[in-house]
Structures are given as C-alpha cells and as structure tokens.
Design a protein around this ligand. Structure first.
Ligand SMILES: Cc1cc2nc3c(=O)[nH]c(=O)nc-3n(C[C@H](O)[C@H](O)[C@H](O)COP(=O)(O)OP(=O)(O)OC[C@H]3O[C@@H](n4cnc5c(N)ncnc54)[C@H](O)[C@@H]3O)c2cc1C
Length: 405
C-alpha cells in the first residue's frame, strides 16, 4: 500500500482523495480535517437569506469516507515540518508514516482593525448563520444602512474574493424587494480599489456598474479602509460610511500554520509550487537525511493554500483547486510508475462563475483570450442551485461525474 496523507477536507483535499482512489485502490489515504463536514462555499450565499439551510451546504465527511474508502482524522493540524517529514496535530499525534503529503488547508484572512464589527460570507462557515440573524434583525428593525464589501491583499492579488459579496448583496436586495420594504434601506457596496470586479474583464465591469444603478445600490470605491466600527466603516481620509450591518470579505492571507512552517512561501504566505503542484524548495534546502529538497520529492500543495502563478487577473477558485487535486492524483501515480507525463495547472487558469442574484444569475468567464459576462435571468439561479445538488451527490459517488466538473 502506498500511503498518502492529505491535510484539509475542502474542495482540494476531498477531490485529491477521490481521484487518488480512482487512480488506484492501492493507495492508503488518510485525510485530516478540523471540520467534520465538507462545506459547499459557492451555495452558502443562500443561508443568510434563508433560501438554504446550513445543512443544505454541508456534506458529512464520514459519508465521503464511506463512499471513497479513506481513513479520516478529525483534528487540527498545528505544525508541519517538511524537513523532518512530520505533521503534528492538536491532540499530540505525530503523523510521519506517509509516502506522499498533500497540503490543502485553504487560506487564512487578512486581519483588519475592528474586524469583529463585521461578518463575512467567506469566513468560518458558521458566520453564514450569524449573517442570517443579522438579516432578520435588520428586517425586524424596518429600515437602515446595509454595507457589503471586500478588501485586497497587497502581497497577492489572486487572494481577493469579491464575487460572493456581490451575490449576497443582490440576494438581500431581492429579499427586501419581495417583502415590499426595499425602499426603507440604503444598500452600499464598498471596496478600497477603484474598480472592484475589474479582474472579471471590462464588459463585466460595465455590467456590474449598470446592475448597481438599476438596483439602486450605492458604490463607495477607491478609498483605503482604516477600520471597522460598530456603526460604520472609517476610510483613509477619516470619512465614515454609516452602517447598521457590515458584511466584509477580507482578502485571503497565508494559512497561520503554514506561515510558521519551514515550507517555501511567497510574500503573502502562500506555498510556492511548480506547475505540477509540487512544493518548490530552493536548492539550498535539505531534508533531515541530507537530500536536496529542490529535487523531485513527495510534498504537494493544492487549492487556496498554494501561491497561484500567472495572469494578473488570476483568482483562487474552487474549480482551480479541483484541477490541482486531480492533477496531483495523476502526477503521484505517474511518478510511482517512473513516468514523466505530468499534468500542470497553469493552462487551466481562468475565472469561471455563475454570479447569483436571487432572481437570476450572470455567467462570468475570463481566460487569456476572452472575457465576458452573460445575464441569465431566472434560469441562472436554478442552474446554480442544480450545481449545488450535483456537487453533493457526485462527490458522494451517487451520480456520475461530468468530465472536468
Ligand atoms: C462564499 C464563497 C463562494 C464561492 N464561490 C465560488 C464559485 O462560485 N466558484 C468557484 O470556483 N469558487 C468559489 N469560491 C472559492 C472556493 O470555495 C475556494 O477556492 C475553495 O473552497 C478552495 O478550496 P480549498 O480546499 O483549497 O480550501 P477550503 O475549501 O477552504 O478547505 C480547507 C479545508 O482545510 C481544513 N483546515 C483548515 N485548517 C486546518 C487545520 N489547521 N487543520 C486541519 N484542517 C484544516 C478546513 O476545515 C477545510 O476543510 C467561493 C468561496 C466562498 C467563500
């Protein structure tokens, strides 16, 4: 049996476990996750408006384990030593008996002053429930200022995540409209960059501007955020945006455990990898046995935890995390066979999302040749809902996988 240790039970880690088992039954896989559920982040945008329940976007990791036959450890990874070949868990367990290590624990978040006065749809999953409470509280109040936004990471532009912020605000707009009380609330979208959403391409940027106008949502762009207060957001020029309900998505930052490790990192703390997702050590690094770490080895990093290379519009996304995972499953098998036909992720870099608005959606796509946004009234909303169902049941092996999805 070839032993593979996977750290993280999100899009990247679960996909790697599934596809290693598809490659060969000969793999003994152990997956470590600090959550006992796999969280379908893209469809969590409907929890705050009550359209989905929290349980609708969770898949029990034990059910995934039963479907795919991997070992499961629910625990926190507290330390990784690449040189010693060791992973230490919160329980004190040391994991060092593995042939291959796949690191897939996602990202931490930038820490802003006063962040405790905000909630995030991209933070800990439980925050979606707190967001629901806040939406309900605002509706009960009958009027108020609602401000949603996102921030950047100056050290890594790929770690910015704005899409779910747009989606949630459009959904809240629609909920208030359905209740006939939309005119009682001021809705504002804020971001420190002058053109948030620019990475989706020029056409999408124009369309977003049009949407904001049509939905009577104010835009507050181009001013750096200084801090968050209980009743508003303070900007670099000391101006204040009054807010009774602030939803803010801080940009991703290197995972705290990774920042404290001996892994090679970019400026933001994401793990440096090559095109095949193998961790890219420098030729000066050596393992404990004296082996040069810059030569092919057994440590891979995939998903949001990895430093994504490529176009300046590149973004950390779930489908890229899954491409990386499938590639690593293939590459490990190929290396075991002594082959050289490895798969890379660079050629798959694109932006792909169905941006929901509650009463429809827009299909957003960008690669190195084209960028477009296509409105999909009504149907788009149900398409995204359908994807959520597909995601759950295909991962559980109950329905066939569509190639590439
Ligand atoms: C609201 C929202 C909407 C999104 N919509 C889209 C979309 O429409 N399309 C798209 O492509 N992408 C979307 N994304 C991005 C996508 O969800 C991420 O890119 C994806 O989740 C990254 O997968 P990952 O496995 O690298 O990280 P994660 O999904 O964050 O998984 C990390 C895993 O590691 C575990 N973990 C973390 N730390 C530890 C530790 N110390 N010890 C043990 N386990 C640990 C976590 O519990 C988790 O299971 C969205 C993200 C959000 C938040």
């Amino acid at each position: 049996m070839k032993k593979v240790l996977i750290l993280g039970g999100g899009f990247a880690g679960v996909e790697a476990a599934i596809f290693l088992k598809k490659e060969s039954e000969d793999y003994e896989i152990t997956l470590v996750s600090n959550r006992d559920y796999f969280y379908i982040f893209p469809t969590s945008i409907w929890v705050p408006t009550g359209e989905s329940k929290f349980s609708d976007v969770c898949v029990d990791v034990k059910d995934l384990q039963a479907a795919h036959g991997f070992n499961l450890v629910i625990d926190d990874v507290e330390e990784i030593s690449a040189k010693r070949g060791e992973v230490r868990l919160k329980s004190g367990t040391i994991l060092n008996d593995y042939g291959q290590l796949i690191i897939a624990m996602g990202a931490s978040k930038m820490k802003h002053k006063g962040i405790e006065n905000t909630l995030s749809i991209c933070g800990a999953p439980e925050q979606s429930l707190l967001l629901k409470d806040k939406v309900d509280e605002m509706i009960a109040k009958g009027s108020g200022n609602i401000c949603f936004g996102f921030g950047g990471n100056p050290n890594d532009s790929s770690a910015v995540r704005g899409g779910p912020g747009f989606e949630l605000l459009f959904n809240v707009h629609n909920l208030l409209k359905k209740k006939g009380i939309r005119d009682k609330y001021n809705l504002t979208f804020f971001a420190p960059m002058a053109e948030p959403g620019k990475r989706m391409g020029p056409q999408a940027l124009k369309m977003m501007d049009k949407f904001f106008g049509m939905l009577n949502i104010d835009q507050h762009f181009g001013k750096k955020i200084t801090s968050f207060e209980e009743d508003g957001i303070i900007f670099e020029d000391d101006s204040k945006l009054d807010s009774d309900f602030t939803m803010f998505i801080p940009a991703g930052d290197g995972h705290d455990v990774i920042k404290a490790s001996d892994l090679p990192l970019n400026e933001a703390g994401f793990i440096k990898i090559d095109d095949h997702c193998m961790v890219e050590f420098s030729h000066k690094d050596t393992f404990c046995d004296g082996e040069d770490m810059s030569r092919p080895h057994n440590i891979y990093a995939i998903g949001d935890i990895a430093a994504l290379e490529g176009y300046d519009w590149r973004a950390k996304q779930g489908h890229i995390a899954e491409v990386m995972a499938r590639n690593v499953a293939h590459n490990i098998t190929e290396r075991n066979k002594g082959g050289v036909s490895f798969k890379g992720y660079h050629e798959h870099i694109n932006i792909l999302c169905v941006m929901d608005s509650g009463d429809g959606a827009s299909f957003v796509y960008r690669d190195d040749k084209k960028a477009f946004m296509i409105p999909m009234p009504i149907f788009g909303h149900w398409l995204k809902k359908g994807w959520g169902v597909y995601c759950r049941y295909s991962k559980l092996g109950k329905i066939p996988r569509i190639p590439g999805m």
